[in-house]
Design a binder for this molecule. Structure first.
Ligand code: CA
Length: 439
């Protein structure tokens, strides 16, 4: 099942970590996993309020009594790959133990409080790293309004390709340039098209059309051996958690190079990922029905169709993009919210993406990363990238301080945020995915 609600989700649950009370991102109901460093060595942590719980230190102090030896090994590593490789039941047992450890009034919590100097670090003193060593990164195109809006710009006569509602479209991305939130993005140079008397020619120059893309990150769990497939009914068990992802894009390089194959240098210079993995268990109250199909839409083929996934395989996450320019920061102005949207605008669910990825026998491995594709809303300017928002650069965005943007300029900083809210449950957040453009 995709959703399993238990006492770790209880709205009344409170932590002895004071800052977790009503924390907008990391109350005790969230417990996202990440990798942090206070000095040279990387350790696995769990966010609670404005603190990070050192999970291995908590294990050493005997505060995680129910975890088995495989889980114990997994949480003492320097990446989350081994944790992602655990069975869904093992990850859930760890979550229950972490919840008890951090719960106010629990027996374990009372003991843990006496160890707080050893097991807790202030988040502001921690450097957050990429959660996993990513073997492979795949980027889907599942945001249907983004696909439609981009299609209108490039192919107004047929905005959605004929395959779009039949299969989740994707390309294989680049893992070596995945970076955690906070790492600056350097404006890439590449070949762009110039039209002269002799027809189109290439010119090598810094991109003049640097863009961001608001996406969700899907962290792959156990995965599958080569030449096997993951059944749609089991696919949710192979998702360890979620994050925010910014697929930085150079639109002029992308437009010239992407014929007839897909994105290459227009995308591979860097991709930013938020450092906290919001677990599939934490997301249980915030699942949604998959996007409804009209009678004229094709029914998903059997390998992409499952009743549980149709009922609750989607995600309900409020998403926001904020921009601050150098001039805004120098004037002490707050970042400007460029757009907001919701993950429910994904045509394909994470389980469908996993099932499709493996349908031909491709093996997914623990710590592989899947991007959902840019998430935009149906109308207006609530778009997940500037290409759409400015109609290919033709209608620049006006910022409150009088500046305008068609595409990103040096010094611009983009911050993605995500929040889950549902009546009767504590709200949880994804933290942020931040990156500043350098020339
Ligand atoms: Ca993308």
């Amino acid at each position: 099942m995709t959703t399993h609600i238990d006492r770790t989700h209880g709205a009344a649950l409170a932590s002895w970590v004071e800052s977790a009370h009503g924390h907008a991102q990391f109350p005790i109901q969230n417990l996202p996993m990440g990798v942090f460093a206070t000095g040279a060595s990387a350790r696995i942590g769990c966010a609670i309020g404005d603190q990070v719980l050192d999970v291995a230190a908590a294990l050493s102090a005997g505060l995680l009594p129910d975890v088995d030896t495989r889980t114990a090994r997994a949480v003492t590593g320097e990446t989350l790959n081994a944790w992602m490789a655990l069975d869904a039941a093992q990850r859930r047992t760890l979550r229950v133990d972490l919840s008890r450890l951090l719960e106010a009034g629990s027996h374990t919590g009372a003991i843990a409080q006496r160890h707080r100097g050893v097991i807790l670090h202030a988040q502001e003193d921690c450097r957050m790293l990429l959660p996993a060593q990513v073997g492979d990164y795949t980027d889907y195109y599942a945001g249907i309004h983004h696909a439609y809006n981009c299609g209108v710009i490039f192919r107004p006569e047929q905005p959605l390709q004929p395959n779009y509602k039949h299969l989740p479209v994707a390309y294989h991305g680049r893992a070596s340039t995945l970076m955690p939130s906070g790492v600056p993005v350097h404006r890439p140079s590449g070949q762009v098209r110039v039209d002269g008397d002799g027809g189109p020619q290439g010119r090598f120059q810094p991109t003049a059309r640097l863009d961001y893309e608001l996406e969700l990150a899907i962290w792959v769990g156990p995965g599958n051996p080569l030449a096997t497939r993951i059944d749609i009914a089991q696919a949710a068990q192979h998702v360890a958690g979620f994050g925010l992802l910014n697929d930085w894009s150079a639109r002029d390089i992308q437009a010239w190079e992407s014929a007839p194959l897909g994105p290459f240098l227009g995308k591979n210079f860097m991709t930013s990922v938020s450092p906290w993995v919001v677990t599939s268990d934490a997301m249980a109250p915030f699942r949604a029905a998959r996007m409804p199909r009209d009678a004229s839409d094709p029914r998903p083929l059997a390998y992409l169709d499952d009743a549980d996934d149709a009922a609750c395989g989607g995600l309900s996450i409020a998403l926001e993009v904020h921009l601050s320019t150098r001039r805004m920061r120098e004037a002490g102005l707050a970042p400007h919210r460029l757009s907001h949207g919701d993950a429910s605008a994904l045509w394909w669910t994470p389980a469908q993406m996993v099932a499709h990825h493996t349908a031909g026998g491709c093996n997914l491995r623990p710590g592989d990363l899947i991007g959902t594709g840019t998430i935009s809303m149906p109308e207006g300017r609530e778009c997940g990238c500037l290409l759409e928002m400015t109609h290919g650069g033709k209608r620049p965005v006006q910022l409150p301080n009088g500046e305008v943007r068609s595409f990103l300029e040096d010094g611009d900083e983009v911050v993605l945020r995500g929040t889950c809210r549902r009546e009767g449950f504590a709200s949880i957040g994804f933290g942020e995915c931040r990156g500043q453009v350098r020339g």
